[in-house]
Design a protein around this ligand. Structure first.
Ligand code: FMN
Length: 495
């Protein structure tokens, strides 16, 4: 998970759902995050600071004017230390105070002062949630860039059912990872992953399938999300929970997976086929259940299913998996050549702790040049990240050129506005970078620009002189950015 080494400032407010916050604090801590808990006074009526202190191993802040607190001297210290601020559960009261910019306790001060992304998970009685005042407050926070997760529909502690339950801890965790991933190395990229084992029907109740659990594909989808990618997961049946902040397309058969992948790869940067797709399906599916008494022996005639990797082609990278039980490297190399893949990930399914159904995997990654990278036995999430490291490397090489067509609003003597959808080439905002131009080097910074609903990355400072040197540039012209040294230096020129 992308939480290792991150500082999560965790606000806990006075909701009955607060007991779930202890679980969230525990899971964040186990995932390697440093969790700094701030409790409102009301929250301490429901649960003691001691609980969080023990779970996180860190002091818990409950008061702004507490002499012994590590953080009280500098009341914005946590705001600055945070990689992300999370409030779960978030009461109607705290949401209202945040929307109004009130700063009369440590949690609100921290939120007001932080530049880190903020995630809030509301929890309250349905009538409080549906009240237009709460809705307006949430809309205001959302417009200011807060990420709101939930609430969920279900049984409420205050009685009855309705919309107001704190969402599952897994959903909050996934959202935090996705928000932290906004500065990852796959920002602006679309990655399509397939997972699970397809099921080919024999009759209305039986099917031909395999033992794939979907764990490798789901780990890849979550890892890509945590590195900032937009992820589409085309999933054959799997018992795993649906990953959060990932578009999941559920399919059953190889044919359905083929159709779904063809659609999903539109504008994709990479397709990673981790699914165990049936090679054969029954030629004829029985319309009604085949009865044991009616047939003494049964022969099924099988035909080939579509070869998804072989047939779905485009400008995106294509990464395949090869589950082998013998001659692993040679067979995988042959598959890579035959299907013209960019990478193939091969594993020996007979090895202990590796492959289908296991939580760990031992793989080799082979590229087009025949380079073989052998990985040790690792948890599937770590294998996923090692595969994505190679994908990032290949994408970096492929996307070194970037053209922006100037629109009237982009041209400004100080800025180049880059629509959010196209900013993948650039480092996350607030990074300085050097533009190598025909009039010399220009030092600039990439910053997030927000005006109304328009969000864009803009290159700030230093561009005025470049525009002045090019009075011929007008709306509709293109400028090209070319990466000279990834994520640091760019060449800027007219198209
Ligand atoms: C038993 C009980 C349960 C409560 N549960 C919630 C709740 O789930 N959500 C909510 O917004 N307020 C709830 N409240 C009301 C808040 O605790 C109250 O508005 C408080 O002032 C919130 O303070 P805080 O936002 O500073 O934590 C509850 C109150 C009580 C007595």
């Amino acid at each position: 998970m992308g939480l290792e080494g991150k500082t999560v400032v965790f606000g806990v407010t006075g909701s009955i759902a607060v007991y779930k916050a202890a679980d969230l604090a525990s899971q964040l801590t186990q995932a390697g995050a440093k969790v700094e808990v701030i409790m409102t006074e009301a929250a301490t009526e429901f649960i003691t600071p001691l609980t969080f202190r023990n779970i996180t191993g860190r002091p818990v802040v409950t008061k702004m004017f507490e002499l012994n607190s590590e953080f009280s001297v500098e009341h914005v210290a946590l705001a600055e230390a945070a990689d992300v601020v999370v409030i779960a559960p978030a009461t109607a009261n705290t949401i209202a105070r945040l929307a109004a910019g009130i700063a009369d306790d440590m949690l609100c001060c921290t939120v007001l002062a932080t530049k880190a992304p903020i995630v809030i998970a509301p929890a309250m009685h349905a009538a409080m949630y549906e009240n237009q005042i709460t809705q307006d407050n949430l809309a205001k926070l959302q417009a200011r860039g807060f990420t709101i997760v939930g609430p969920a529909y279900g049984r409420l502690a205050s009685g009855g059912t309705g919309l107001g339950r704190l969402v599952d801890v897994g959903e909050i965790l996934g959202t935090i990872c996705q928000v932290l991933g906004r500065s990852g190395d796959l920002v602006g990229k679309k990655i399509v992953v397939t997972a699970g084992g397809t099921q080919e029907p024999v009759d209305p109740v039986r099917c031909l399938t395999n033992r794939s659990s979907g764990k490798m594909g789901y780990a890849l989808a979550e890892a890509a999300r945590d590195r900032g990618a937009q992820v589409v997961l085309v999933s054959a049946p799997s018992a795993l929970p649906k990953p959060v902040c990932v578009d999941v397309v559920n399919v059953g058969t190889a044919q359905e997976m083929y159709e779904a992948v063809k659609k999903a790869v539109d504008k994709a940067d990479a397709l990673i086929m981790a699914a165990a797709v049936a090679d054969y399906r029954t030629k004829k599916v029985a319309e009604s259940k085949i009865k044991r008494q009616q047939v003494a022996s049964l022969t099924l005639e099988l035909e080939r299913t579509p070869d998804i990797l072989g047939e779905v082609k485009g400008k995106f990278l294509r990464i395949g998996f090869a589950a082998e039980s013998e001659n692993m490297v040679a067979n995988a190399k042959e598959k890579l050549q035959r299907k013209q893949l960019d990478l193939i990930v091969a594993n020996d399914i007979t090895a202990k702790g590796s492959g289908i159904g296991a939580d760990t995997n031992q793989v080799v990654i082979i590229d087009r040049k025949g380079k073989v990278e052998e990985l040790p036995l690792l948890p599937k999430r770590q294998v996923a990240d090692r595969i994505l490291d190679r994908v990032v490397e290949l994408l970096d090489k492929a996307s070194k050129r970037f053209e922006i067509i100037l629109k009237p609003s982009y041209i400004n003597s100080h800025f180049i506005h880059i629509p959010v959808a196209e900013r993948g080439l650039f480092p996350e905002f607030k990074r300085s970078l050097t533009l190598l131009t025909d009039i010399g080097e220009i030092e600039t910074t990439a910053g997030l620009c927000k005006s109304g609903t328009h969000r864009a990355l803009e290159l700030r400072k230093g561009l005025g002189k470049w525009y002045e040197a090019h009075p011929e540039l007008k709306s509709g012209d293109g400028v090209i950015f070319e990466v000279v040294e990834p994520l640091k230096k760019y060449r800027l020129r007219k198209a």
